[in-house]
Structure formats: structure tokens, C-alpha cells
Design a protein around this ligand. Structure first.
Ligand SMILES: Nc1ncnc2c1ncn2[C@@H]1O[C@H](COP(=O)(O)OP(=O)(O)O)[C@@H](O)[C@H]1O
Ligand SMILES: [Mg+2]
Length: 348
């Protein structure tokens, strides 16, 4: 049997990639325009929705133009020093900084510079380095996967704010779960983040998924569409359903059982563990009202609209609920309804 083309690994560019051309272009166009319309974007969405893959897509697009330098930073380390260090580890840039008399010896970085005192403030150092790169038409994109509000992240964001005010060609692209991004945005000192654009990851296109399944499993159109709909466009589900169907050769009961188990073990249990008691109660109400009608859910839970709304909004922001149809809500994730019914009140 040929090798399974579907991938169960998170954070890695899959062989079977469904295009997110729209959301990719939204970011690359803003970064590329002169002057840029935005220098920062934050990608949010539930686990497995495809945040890391989208970020990789964006960096791949930008890197086609050699003026773009992409640097990935870890929010658990000193990000400013890491950025300076990664920039000066490229030979061409180290030579450029040397020629521009930027003495980085205080940080143990760069090439030797004579007759110029070492810079001792990292923000000053970065400002000078970026200015030198700017003169050569370079643009620097910093990526942070799974941003959390760590001291290093807050320090970096605050320096970023100052550097872009100096019109330096610095860009920032972050991914994160809604709660983590929200916490970072609400830091009082980082007001600019509050206004920074967020990309809420959307489901993959069902027609494109169907075309993919049709091709790989030799299905007819209705069969392929039926199979695609089972994923609800959830990225991880697209891979998992494809993977087990490939393993079994055909979409049968066993595949569906493996599919459900895999989604639950790798994502839903974690999502569930992170929900508050009230979120879970609301989720239970939603799962128990198959029509999805909000009035029915409220009746079931015996709560008022003003109690219901804040939770509804939060679950939508987290990417768990779809509230596009007025008066209705639905879970975005496939089989999540059933998972909630099976797990609510399990440990009471
Ligand atoms: N555009 C896409 N097309 C097909 N599969 C995708 C796409 N984006 C993500 N995936 C798959 O979904 C899973 C989760 O993707 P990932 O980017 O790691 O999610 P997140 O970072 O949001 O947790 C992986 O198995 C990945 O291969
Ligand atoms: Mg990720």
C-alpha cells in the first residue's frame, strides 16, 4: 500500500494542504504594501484549527522575496536578545553591522568594531541594526507560535511598539489560543496590541475538501461531499478522517470509530479541561438542544438572555461556537455535540 498522504502531526505543513488563500493574502498584502497597512497580526483559533500551518504559509509566501527575513522567537526566552543574536548570526548581516559601526560585543554578538563603544542597551542595538537593514531594503518578520503573556513576550511587544514608531521595517505575526491572545492584548502597557488586527481562523472550504477526498479515494461527487461534511471544515478532522480512511481503504464504521476517538483524545479532552464550569454547562445546554435554537437552549438551562450572551460570545471567540445564524448557535467542531453529552457531569 502506498504511504498515507494524510498527517496526524500538529504544527507541520501537511502534504494534503487545503488552501487558505484569502486569509494568507490578507496578511501578506498588508505587510507588503508601501507603506504597510499593518505591521502585526494575531492568528487565533481552537487547537488543531490550523494556526501554525497558516503562519507557515504566510512566511513561505513572503520568503519568496529575498528581502524578507523571517525569524521565529520563543516567548519563554529573552526575545530581544534572541532577535539580535539571530540577526547577527548571518554572516552577511554581521558584516553589515560591522560596517555600520554597530558594536554588539557587550552582548557577545557580531564582529569586532574598533573605535566605537559597545552598545549596552538592547533596544538601542536593535534600532541601529534594523536601520542598517532598512538601508538595504530588508524587512524583518518575527513569528511567535503559541504566544502567551510571559514577561519576555510583554517586554518584546513593548519594544516592538517603540521600534515601529521609528518607522523601522519590523513585522510581527503571532498565533495563540483566544484566551492567551486576549490576556496579552489586555495588558495595560500594550495598548497598541488592543487595536492590532486578529485573524480568527475559519473552517476549511468544504468543496475543496470534497475534491481532495474524491481524488484520493475515487469517490463520486455526493460521496465525497458527504465525507467532507463530516469534518465541518475543521483542519485536524480533515487529516484524521483522511488518514483512517486511507488505512482501512474505505470509509466504514471502524474508520468513524477511530476518527471520533482520535479527535477526542488529541483535542476535545484538552479543550474540555480548559472550559470553566459555566462554559461546560452552556455547552451541555447547546448539545442537548439539537435544533440549535437559542430560546430552546435557554429554556433547557433555565437562564435569561443576559446570562446567556456573555458565555455565548466567549465560546464564539474561542472558535468553539458558530453564531452566524441569528437566534441559533452550533458547535464548530465535528462530533463535539456527542462528546459534550457523553462527558458532561461525568465526575460529579
Ligand atoms: N490548510 C490546511 N489544510 C489541510 N490540513 C491542515 C491545514 N491547516 C492545518 N491542517 C492540519 O490540521 C492539524 C492542525 O494544524 P495546526 O496548524 O498544527 O493547528 P493549530 O496550530 O491551530 O493547533 C494538522 O494535522 C495539520 O496538518
Ligand atoms: Mg499550533
Amino acid at each position: 500500500m502506498a504511504q498515507n498522504p494524510y498527517s496526524l502531526i500538529f504544527g507541520k505543513e501537511p502534504a494534503q494542504l487545503i488552501s487558505r488563500a484569502g486569509q494568507t493574502a490578507e496578511i501578506t498584502n498588508a505587510f507588503r504594501s508601501e507603506p504597510p497597512t499593518h505591521q502585526i497580526f494575531m492568528i487565533t483559533g481552537v487547537r488543531g484549527s490550523g494556526k501554525t500551518v497558516l503562519m507557515t504559509e504566510v512566511t513561505k509566501q513572503l520568503k519568496k522575496d529575498h528581502d524578507w527575513i523571517v525569524i521565529e522567537l520563543n516567548p519563554d526566552r529573552d526575545m530581544l536578545v534572541s532577535l539580535a543574536s539571530k540577526l547577527s548570526s548571518e554572516n552577511a548581516f554581521a558584516a553589515l553591522f560591522q560596517k555600520s559601526n554597530i558594536n554588539l560585543s557587550f552582548f557577545g554578538l557580531g564582529l569586532e568594531v574598533n573605535n566605537t563603544a559597545p552598545i549596552t542597551d538592547i533596544e538601542t542595538a536593535l534600532s541601529k541594526m534594523l536601520k542598517a537593514l532598512q538601508r538595504h531594503g530588508k524587512k524583518i518578520l518575527v513569528t511567535v507560535d503559541e504566544a502567551v503573556s510571559t514577561p519576555a513576550m510583554r517586554e518584546f511587544a513593548s519594544a516592538f511598539q517603540i521600534l515601529i514608531r521609528q518607522d523601522l521595517p519590523l513585522f510581527l505575526l503571532m498565533t495563540g489560543l483566544y484566551d492567551n491572545i486576549n490576556k496579552l492584548q489586555n495588558e495595560k502597557t500594550l495598548t497598541f496590541l488592543y487595536r492590532a488586527p486578529k485573524i480568527e481562523i475559519r473552517p476549511l472550504n468544504i468543496g475543496t475538501i470534497a475534491a481532495n477526498y474524491k481524488r484520493n479515494f475515487h469517490l463520486n461527487d455526493p460521496e465525497a461531499l458527504d465525507m467532507a461534511k463530516k469534518t465541518r471544515g475543521y483542519s485536524f478532522a480533515f487529516q484524521v478522517l483522511g488518514y483512517f480512511t486511507w488505512e482501512h481503504g474505505v470509509l466504514n464504521e471502524e474508520v468513524l470509530a477511530d476518527y471520533k476517538l482520535y479527535l477526542e483524545e488529541y483535542v476535545y479532552e484538552k479543550i474540555w479541561s480548559e472550559l470553566s464550569e459555566n462554559d461546560r454547562k452552556l455547552a451541555y445546554g447547546i448539545a442537548s438542544a439539537p435544533s440549535g435554537q437559542i430560546s430552546e437552549i435557554r429554556d433547557f438551562l433555565n437562564i435569561e438572555t443576559n446570562q446567556f450572551n456573555p458565555y455565548r460570545k466567549r465560546l464564539i471567540k474561542k472558535g468553539l461556537l458558530n453564531g452566524d445564524t441569528h437566534g441559533y448557535v452550533f458547535f464548530t467542531l465535528p462530533l463535539f455535540n456527542q462528546f459534550v453529552l457523553e462527558n458532561y457531569g461525568l465526575y460529579e
